[in-house]
Design a protein around this ligand. Structure first.
Ligand SMILES: [Zn+2]
Ligand SMILES: [Zn+2]
Length: 755
């Protein structure tokens, strides 16, 4: 990956030679949308897809091509289509005309006809690379991504010299579908391929960068293993190289076929299995990829490699640890809703919730009352919360009164299946004879028990002191990892608990892999914890520091980066390693490396400042954000620069995190110390506009929803489920220096070797 450092998870390693880059042929192959008009001549590539020049191909149609081009540039799409239809013949179809017809139909948004024409085109010209590309686009639109990929690579194999823009278009479409349909690995591989084609399109790089940085996926899936080149004198070396040559020529399915044949002949060749695992993943074959990783883990290779392969296989499964539990919705029969509401209101494990206007819009009948169900009594105003006394939200109860066609009922949702009994008992006993049931229990979702363990569901009057909150989260996660998780029974360990399996030597790799998966999950929520303590507790081998001289960083998997002996890295390698870790959102490694970058006297202040800016994006909590801001401020001052930019960072952070008092302090400081500096007044104004505090004319718009006053509430809303859904936005509510991540736009991520 040229942009993100090294050749990791990308094309052929350098020693296998550069890949053959086909000449991208975007002009004249067909009227591409909004193309700069150029006049076609007989030495242009023929639009029929043959790869030849018009003069030596469809020269009889040159006049028509010119007419069509003129009409298109004049925006006469309908006329152009009529022209094509007037000269095409059903008996003797011409590829060049079909290409034009489909492009025009698409431009006219006549998609059904375009699909029909594409079907006809590929039927008549099954080897035509443009027909294949158009068919790939249709397959992608129908959600058949694997067929789409097959067609794209067939199109590329069919015309190795020329690359048609229709192929590129299909590639972009299928990549985006893969990214949203849960296969970002395959999407990233395609984006990398698009980047390597050097078309001048910036979108793939931006999407790839975003995807790598995003915390939506575990680090291991984003950072794939390197291709294994095998041992130089190994008996299968030439066949391994041969497969990798197909990869270099961008024909991935051919490489997969060769590797599959190779592992048939050499079933214990780890290098072939590993490369196969990677490539199947690129081709959206998750199951096949997982199976190959599984095979790698079973072969005679170093323990750590085997553990990582096994963890990769696990992460590719729908239920990585085998700890899925059902999310339930339980319905109880109620005698008298008003009386029940009265009972609940006096019970300390039921907290009434104000129903906000509009909350139940669209529902036929709104509930009479809504309660949070707590697993232990709510704390009184004077009671200091501790991890043991803090109540957890175990369900949300909606109470419905009697309706003409329905009895009164209580619907409890968000219930984990392992807490079903607890809820039943709670409700029946607090209901004091008013409730029976449950009459109905439905499975409405499923959730990983491990993820649930890591996510506090507290309902507690935590002080507004953020430090207390973050300390509590840290302690919660530590307790979950060290105490509760080892007792969890995992299907991935044959249904044994982690502790039990750890005592079985045959399960060593699987248990270590499960620990690594857990570590990935903890990183994903931005937390840091010494997992060697867990390994020790389980009697498993621990992982030591890595000497970069013995293991060069260019071939080191990112999951090992946090173990790098940072002092042993030279300045250049350190910065490179840090950028790589930051680019992939490897928060744990990035924190350690960034701390060392800032320390090094030989590294330029500018590099250090950029590192700190990126680190504020990766910070897991407010305390960390402030540490980076402070470091940035003193760095700027130490080189005689104004630190106003960092003050602005802090101002935004304070405002978005609702800390009105601190915000006022920073604001006053900016006004008194920096207002005369160029751009500062504008920057403050822009910040206020961005946050919706003032309008373009500078008029005060009042308090933003979710801003300062919320903090006065005894129950901080952010405590509900700080990361109930790590996949969506684990750092939600956290500040980013310029709000990029928060608003979901491309992070302006700085990576020095990206250019
Ligand atoms: Zn032709
Ligand atoms: Zn200042």
């Amino acid at each position: 990956m040229a942009g993100l450092g090294g050749t990791r998870g990308t094309f052929a390693p350098p020693r296998l030679g550069c890949m053959t880059r086909p000449t991208a042929d975007f002009a004249h192959t067909a009227p591409s949308p909004k193309k700069v008009p150029t006049l076609m001549d007989s030495y242009d590539r023929c639009p029929c897809g043959s790869g030849k020049k018009i003069k030596f191909c469809c020269s009889d149609l040159l006049a028509d091509f010119k007419t069509l081009e003129k009409m298109r540039t004049g925006d006469q799409l309908r006329a152009a289509l009529q022209h094509v239809e007037s000269i095409e013949s059903a008996d003797k179809p011409r590829a060049a005309l079909l290409v034009n017809k489909i492009a025009l139909l698409r431009d006219l948004e006549r998609h059904d006809e375009a699909r029909e024409a594409t079907r006809w085109f590929i039927e008549r010209f099954p080897d035509n690379p443009i027909a294949m590309s158009e068919a790939a686009l249709e397959a992608a639109a129908e959600g058949d991504t694997r067929r789409s990929l097959d067609l794209i690579f067939s199109a590329m194999a069919q015309s190795p010299e020329v690359f048609h823009w229709q192929t590129y278009q299909a590639m972009s479409a299928v990549a985006e579908i893969l990214a949203v349909s849960g296969d970002p690995r395959a999407a990233r591989a395609l984006w990398q391929l698009e980047i390597d084609l050097e078309t001048g399109d910036n979108r793939p790089l931006s999407l790839l960068t975003q995807s790598c940085f995003s915390a939506a996926e575990p680090l291991m899936l984003k950072d794939e293993p390197y291709f294994d080149e095998g041992t130089a004198d190994g008996p299968w070396k030439s066949r391994l190289d041969e497969a990798m040559t197909s990869l270099g020529r961008m024909v991935w399915p051919e490489a997969v076929a060769k590797l599959e044949k190779l592992v048939g002949d050499a079933p214990d060749l780890a290098a072939a299995w590993l490369n196969l695992a990677i490539l199947r993943g690129w081709l959206a074959d998750r199951e096949g990829s997982a199976a190959a990783f599984e095979r790698v883990a079973s072969l005679d290779i170093p323990l750590e490699d085997a553990v990582e392969a096994k963890a990769n296989a696990m992460l590719l499964a729908d239920d990585p640890l085998g700890d899925k539990m059902d999310g339930l919705r339980m319905t109880f029969r109620v005698d008298n809703a008003d009386e029940l509401a009265g009972h609940f209101t006096t019970a300390r494990q039921f907290e009434p919730i104000q129903v906000a206007p509009g909350m139940f819009d669209g529902e036929e009948v709104p509930p009479k009352a809504v309660f949070l169900v707590l697993d232990r009594p709510a704390l009184g105003p004077g009671e200091g919360p501790t991890l043991d006394t803090m109540p957890h939200v175990v369900g949300q109860a909606l109470l419905f009164g009697r309706q003409t066609d329905r009895e009164a009922r209580l619907v409890v949702s968000g219930v984990f299946s392992n807490e079903r009994e607890l809820i039943e008992n709670l409700i029946v006993s607090a209901g004091n004879g008013q409730v029976t049931g449950p009459a109905e229990v439905e499975t409405v979702a499923s959730n990983s028990a491990t993820v649930a363990l890591l996510s506090p569901r507290w309902r507690a009057p935590i002080s507004r002191n953020m430090k207390t909150l973050h300390d509590a989260i840290r302690r919660h996660i530590e307790q979950a990892v060290m105490e509760q998780w080892p007792r969890l029974e995992l299907k991935s360990l044959g249904g044994q608990s982690v502790e039990q399996a750890a005592r079985d030597p045959n399960q060593k790799i699987a248990v270590l892999a499960a620990v690594l998966v857990l570590e990935n999950l903890v990183w994903r929520v931005g937390q840091s914890l010494d997992f060697n303590r867990l390994r020790e507790k389980l009697g498993l081998p621990t992982l030591g520091p890595i000497d970069p001289k013995a293991s060069p960083i260019d071939r080191l998997p990112l999951v090992r980066f946090h173990r790098l002996a940072v002092k042993e890295l030279d300045d250049e390698s350190l910065v490179r390693a840090c950028n790589r870790a930051m680019g992939f959102g490897a928060s744990e490694a990035a924190r350690r490396l960034a701390a060392e970058v800032v320390e090094r006297p030989g590294i330029a202040a500018e590099v250090k400042e950029r590192t700190l800016v990126t680190m504020t994006h990766l910070a897991s909590d407010a305390e960390q954000v402030m540490e980076f801001i402070e470091a940035g401020r003193s760095l700027a001052e130490s080189v005689g620069k104004s630190s106003a930019a960092w003050d602005l960072c802090e101002l935004r952070f304070r405002l978005t995190s609702g800390d009105a008092q601190q915000a006022k302090g920073v604001f006053d400081h900016l006004v008194s110390e920096h207002l005369r500096e160029p751009g500062i007044a504008d920057a403050i104004r822009q910040l206020m506009i961005d946050l919706g505090l003032v309008d373009e004319q500078g008029r005060w718009l009042g308090r933003r929803e979710g801003a300062p006053n919320e903090l006065d509430e005894p129950y901080s809303e952010s405590l509900d489920q700080p990361f109930a859904e790590p996949s969506a936005e684990p750092s939600s509510g956290l500040w980013t220096p310029d709000g990029e991540r928060a608003s979901g736009e491309t992070p302006k991520l700085w990576t020095p070797d990206m250019g």
